[in-house]
Design a protein around this ligand. Structure first.
Ligand SMILES: *[C@@H]1O[C@H](CO)[C@@H](O)[C@H](O)[C@H]1NC(C)=O
Ligand SMILES: *[C@@H]1O[C@H](CO)[C@@H](O)[C@H](O)[C@H]1NC(C)=O
Ligand SMILES: *[C@@H]1O[C@H](CO)[C@@H](O)[C@H](O)[C@H]1NC(C)=O
Length: 380
């Protein structure tokens, strides 16, 4: 841990003294987020009445928080850096969730393309956008009726001034590989992105003006995909990741970046930022020891032992009878040594590293300069 703190501080100090040209104003009054498990703060578990077992959540929330992680996600660190509370899920109906500073429509397992009978999440991108429209209509209706809810709901102008964040597409690719060869997966990418574009256009048409798009990470480096598609060593690249999956991620990202450029050209009165998560995560996996990690690919929480510690039949925290004996997917003793949490998702430690890199602004198109106060707010 000591090393990790040192490295991150060095990066931050470096960027404080050598700021980049462009500056971005992070003072958004609210955030509206759309996505999959990478940014799901409890949507899927609320929406389908699922349960996540310990040790999910253990390192930060001390209990499962609806996040597929031992602690915080990238979206949590970014909210923190913007001095805002964690986003509540749209689908969480119990308690007094405040949506004053925004709302999270992300749900684990979600795809950009419409869900099918075998989808993990019914809340595909089009549904999330539709949920947003319902949310906005309800908020405007309630605000017009009473002042009493002001502290729980976004103000009217927050919808135009807010930041619309997106982290989705990984599951479209991951799912496609179960039924299609690589060339067909690659050929399906324009269709996936056309659906994404349609959703973004709808949001723009009703007033969204600040867009923040995460590209997709190196899918082939997830233990789940290595276990299923990487049993033949010739399918793996020099990092031990499934080449075909990373090729698909790379092509999706290339086209997503082009789409973002195109949309930026069309929307002269909006700002659109594309963030290259793929490069940050690949660098972390390739150079993990430099960033204070000991395991780049092995799942911290899983069953099966090294090298992957992943068994698709028994996920993190679950106990199942396999081959006549009861087995449990337990957590490792120190999740901060691991990049990967459960074979599919990253650990809090990895998410914190990725967030610190996002906030340098170097991985964005257009790039932005460090906002010193925000970096200092990242708690190590
Ligand atoms: C877009 O960014 C520019 C430069 O930072 C800023 O002046 C402008 O107000 C932004 N537009 C919106 C819609 O926020
Ligand atoms: C790992 O670090 C080296 C040295 O900084 C760099 O050249 C390389 O691109 C990194 N690997 C990845 C996959 O980013
Ligand atoms: C079940 O156990 C047998 C005997 O120990 C072993 O050969 C086999 O690989 C196991 N099957 C699975 C699916 O784990």
């Amino acid at each position: 841990m000591a090393l990790k703190i040192y490295v991150l501080m060095t990066i931050n100090l470096f960027s404080i003294f050598f700021p980049l040209a462009n500056s971005i104003d992070f003072s958004y009054p609210a955030v509206f987020n759309f996505g999959d498990s990478n940014s799901d703060t409890g949507g899927l578990v609320a929406g389908v009445g699922e349960r996540l077992d310990p040790p999910n959540g253990q390192i930060y929330f001390q209990k499962p928080s609806g996040r597929f992680c031992d602690g915080r996600l990238i979206i949590d660190f970014l909210m923190d850096a913007m001095d805002m509370p964690f986003l509540n899920p749209y689908l969480d109906s119990i308690g007094v969730p405040s949506f004053r500073k925004g709302c999270n429509f992300a749900a684990a397992g979600s795809t950009i393309l419409p869900a099918t009978a075998s989808s993990v999440s019914p809340f595909s991108f089009g549904i999330q956008v539709a949920q947003f429209f319902r949310f906005k209509a309800r908020v405007l209706d309630l605000l017009a009726k009473t002042k009493k809810l002001d502290k729980y709901l976004p103000a009217v102008d927050y919808f135009a001034k807010g930041l619309y964040m997106f982290d989705i597409g990984q599951n479209d690719l991951a799912g496609a590989f179960y039924s299609k060869p690589l060339d067909q997966v690659l050929a399906s990418i324009p269709t996936i992105l056309a659906e994404f574009e349609a959703g973004i256009n709808k949001l723009y048409d009703q007033g969204a003006r600040n867009f923040w798009v995460h590209n997709t990470g190196p899918l082939g480096c997830l233990a789940q995909n290595i276990a299923k598609f990487g049993t033949d060593p010739s399918k793996l690249d020099e990092l031990g990741c499934v080449s075909s999956h990373n090729q698909a991620s790379g092509l999706l990202n290339l086209q997503l970046r082009a789409l973002c450029k195109k949309l930026q050209g069309q929307y002269s009165d909006a700002n659109l930022t594309y963030v290259d998560i793929f490069t940050i995560k690949s660098n972390l996996i390739a150079n993990y020891s430099r960033y204070g990690f000991e395991q780049p690919i092995t799942a911290c929480c899983g069953y099966g032992g090294p090298p992957l510690n992943f068994d698709n039949r028994v996920h993190c925290g679950q106990t199942k009878v396999i081959n006549g004996s009861s087995v449990t997917a337990n957590g490792c003793s120190d999740s901060t040594e691991y990049v990967n949490w459960d074979g599919i998702h990253y650990t809090e430690a990895a998410n914190q590293y990725v967030s610190s890199q996002i906030l340098t602004g170097k991985y964005s198109d257009p790039p932005f300069s460090d906002q010193m106060p925000f970096l200092l707010k990242l708690k190590f």
